[in-house]
Design a protein around this ligand. Structure first.
Ligand code: GRG
Length: 294
């Protein structure tokens, strides 16, 4: 595991360096928006999604360099969704990644624009991905835009908003997170595979892995909200319960939620077999996420 810790740290540095190179400098006018975009991005996120993109490329025999544009694009799309999700009109959060949320620092109007600018910039960066034999750039753009659109991320957020204050069933909760967390994790992996010219079988393995890992990740996120402190999480702990949000622990209880996370992780791991030994990083990451504390 200490090898994995060193690997994750190393990949984080590579991703941060690439993000720094891709994003407009703070000196570019208008400065406020570029400062705000960088404030949201360089706030100490785990960089899980880009790390998955890079690991998926590696698992399919690809080069890290070629997977960096989609790796950065998924992290930037993720960060936009956090900035908007934290807004008073959405989840209304004051703390994210251990710092005041964007609207607390820059005001609500500017935070909306920071999210918009991040989302737009993510496409500019994705468009710099070199195509492969099986996957022209159009395929990557469609994968990415579908993930961010009204049938996936935004659709999931709609179901989330509409579910507020209602007692949801487990199936309804799963539908929300299939479209949000699991969709973005799956796309992160698939884009990595595409940069490596993955075979259809390899891409299918990444898709099933991503779906189950994404759901497991969300179950654990819900568990940590109950069991960890605000300092540990870098976001307000206990928030879900305070606002009576539908979560896995609320619907299943803590113990059954832990079992559910284990069951989903097992399914994710089983999906990796077509990748052979090259999928071992993804295997390690899935184990690590199950045991994570923030
Ligand atoms: C259009 C407002 C709007 C949103 C799009 C995807 C989405 C819909 C909203 C996402 C908001 C959200 C909090 C989703 C839950 C996913 C999740 C577990 C986020 C935290 O991910 P981590 O733990 O965070 O990887 P870091 O900070 O480490 O990157």
């Amino acid at each position: 595991m200490s090898d994995l810790k060193a690997y994750l740290k190393n990949q984080q540095v590579i991703v941060d360096d690439a993000l720094n190179n891709f994003l407009p400098r703070v000196t570019v006018r208008p400065r406020t928006i570029h400062q705000g975009m960088r404030y949201a991005i360089f706030a100490g996120g785990k960089r899980l999604r880009p790390i998955l993109t890079l690991a998926a490329a590696e698992a399919c025999g690809g080069e890290l360099e070629e997977a960096l544009p989609p790796a950065c694009a998924v992290e930037i799309m993720h960060t936009y969704s956090l900035v908007h999700d934290d807004l008073p009109a959405m989840d209304d959060d004051d703390l994210r990644r251990g710092r005041p949320t964007s609207h607390k620092v820059y005001g609500e109007g500017m935070a909306i624009l920071i999210g918009d600018a991040l989302l737009t910039e993510s496409f500019t960066i994705l468009a710099q991905t070199p195509p492969t034999k099986r996957y022209p750039l159009k395929d990557l753009l469609l994968e990415f835009s579908t993930c961010g659109g009204s049938k996936k991320l935004i659709g999931g957020q709609v179901l989330d908003l509409e579910g507020e204050g209602k007692a949801l069933t487990k199936a309804q909760l799963v539908r929300i997170h299939e479209n949000k967390t699991a969709a973005l994790l799956t796309t992160s992996l698939r884009l990595g595979g595409m940069t490596a010219n993955a075979t259809p079988r390899q891409l299918e393995a990444l898709t099933t892995f991503g779906y189950n890992l994404g759901l497991a990740f969300q179950v654990i996120d819900d568990i940590l909200d109950v069991t960890q402190s605000t300092e540990q999480l870098g976001k307000t702990a206990g928030k879900d319960e305070a606002v009576d949000k539908a979560t896995y622990p609320a619907i299943l209880g803590l113990e059954r939620s832990k079992k559910e996370a284990g069951r989903l992780t097992k399914k994710a791991l089983a999906a990796l077999s077509p990748l052979g030994g090259k999928g071992s990083r993804l295997d390690d990451i899935a184990h690590h996420l199950l045991d994570r504390e923030f």
